[in-house]
Design a protein around this ligand. Structure first.
Ligand code: 5RP
Length: 210
């Protein structure tokens, strides 16, 4: 099980500072959608250059023209690129094809997908690398979480790795770990803590302990 640090509310300098603090405890750094909007793919490049031993995920949430966007993110140094599960199958296929060419991975974000089980089966058959259930900030604000959806994809996905994101904190991590995802994505649960290093270290400890 891997731990991904999601960076959403920082600029490039802030992202570097944060990653430096927790780099020993994480496997993947996510350059979040707001960071890409503010800083462009330069943020991906600068983080990959500064921390080449960590995998970098570009949270582009691709919805169309995936071949081109996956190519640009790959050129910037992304190891994993996100696409939305609600995108057309043609778009998903384009992403998978380009990622294979570039020797990169595709993570599908299931945000907004209504039929989680049905769509997860289809995406799994399309050859994506990760399928991620995700409660975004807007639904977190009304008390939702991804736990139920995690159990659903666990039961139907046969090939892709399973990921989970959305409001995971130290207190809720043990329940998430018990469900056995391949990848746990944490933003505010680390970046919002006073002692970010301690939070990341404890999360890594819990994940390793299983
Ligand atoms: O993709 C995102 C928002 O769209 C976030 O990166 C993801 O939800 C993880 O952050 P947090 O743990 O703070 O919810």
């Amino acid at each position: 099980m891997e731990l991904q640090l999601a960076l959403d509310l920082v600029d490039i300098a802030g992202a570097k500072e944060l990653v430096k603090e927790v780099e020993s405890y994480i496997d993947i750094v996510e350059i979040g959608t707001p960071v890409v909007i503010n800083e462009g793919l330069r943020a991906v490049k600068e983080i990959k250059d500064a921390f080449p031993h960590l995998k970098v995920l570009a949270d582009l949430k691709v919805m169309d023209a995936a071949g081109y966007e996956v190519m640009k993110a790959s050129e910037a140094g992304a190891d994993i690129v996100t696409i939305l599960g609600v995108a057309e199958d043609m778009t998903i296929k384009g992403a998978v094809e380009e990622a294979k060419k570039q020797q990169k991975k595709i993570l599908v974000d299931m945000i907004g997908v209504k039929d989680i089980a049905g769509r997860a089966k289809e995406l799994d058959a399309l050859g994506v690398d990760y399928i991620c259930v995700h409660t975004g900030y807007d639904l977190q604000a009304v008390g939702k979480n991804s736990f139920e959806d995690l159990m659903i994809i666990k039961s139907v996905v046969k090939n892709a790795k399973i990921a989970v994101a959305g409001g995971i904190k130290l207190q809720t991590l043990p329940e998430v770990i018990k469900a056995g995802p391949d990848l746990v994505i944490v933003g505010g649960g680390i970046t919002g803590q006073e002692d970010k290093q301690a939070a990341a270290a404890e999360m890594q400890r819990l994940i390793k302990q299983g």
